[in-house]
Design a protein around this ligand. Sequence first.
Ligand code: NAD
Length: 340
Amino acid sequence: MYRRPTILSLTTMREEGMSLLRAAGDLHMASALTPEVLQREIQNADALVVRTAGTIDAALMDAAPKLRVIGRHGVGYDQIDIPAATERGIQVVYTPGANVIAVAEHALAFAIGLSKHFPQQMLALREGRYNDRTKLVGFDLPGRTLGIIGFGRIGRRLATLAHALGMRILYNDLVAAPLKLETHLGAHRVSLDHLLGEADIVSLHVPLDDSTRRIMNARTIALMKPGGYLINTCRGPVVDEYAVAQALDSGQLGGYAADVYDVEPPPADHPLIGRSDCLLTPHSAAQTVEGLINMARGVAEDVIAVLRGQLPANPVNNPDDVAASRARLGKPPLTDGFPI
Ligand code: NAD
């Protein structure tokens, strides 16, 4: 007899995605995000939808024998144990591209805000130090060098915006961008050390993994131009926040801007929050109307595709590996989908 799929969501999202999920199956909202509650509420789930909160580890997956698909509303999927999902025949999908414009524009806003001393100027105004405006001299972006670490979707979009403003682009990535794009943007792929030594502003756009954790630390920050600016809109642990605080104190860094933190939400005694040389937002870079609609629709469509037995548009783990695990475990193939 036909059974509607059960979908557990750890997050609310735009109605554009919620309505698709409700039409496709029985949608339940998790009542809390603690491991105990999630282990109980995931038991009957065929699909799981997550945002940034909630740890999706092997133990949680083992509590959900029917789970077929995990959908990540967003881009970074470091809170999901991907190898564990693959071993269990669970397809993971995400929404790359959905918030590229939002995050790239956020990073550009940070670059503009730092180069014009927005945090110090706002504080001076608030504290009645009106004439400090003449001491806080900023700089224009044309002709300045932007160093982009991680030249993927967001990094490239930022490069396009910065190029339009007349900035020079250096980038560091494991892989080279197409020559046509490099030529169009006048972008050069260089080593990390070379980039750090030349850039006036360094912006981070890498995923969080073992190769990027603390990529910006006391040693690498010391390689930056004295007084340079660092921007982090990717993931907090990519940066050593204590090394940033020390470099701001010494003047090695002229300013720091971030949307992400080592621990989120950051603790009250965070080393950077409240400093006048930092421009900080609460992991809100993707929070634009367009970004939120794209993410909600994108994750819902891909979760439903997997439930239907179709290939997802944006898989994280390889569908062939997922299928092989399911065959090995004697689980029904994902192609044997729900008639949604
Ligand atoms: P992407 O996968 O398109 O690009 C990432 C790039 O980083 C790739 O080109 C990859 O080759 C490169 N890279 C990986 N490891 C590297 C290393 N060790 N050194 C140099 N380059 C390396 O991803 P994207 O869509 O551009 O997003 C980048 C990151 O931004 C995401 O992983 C996510 O963590 C973060 N993000 C944050 C927000 C936010 O709300 N602040 C929103 C979206 C994405």
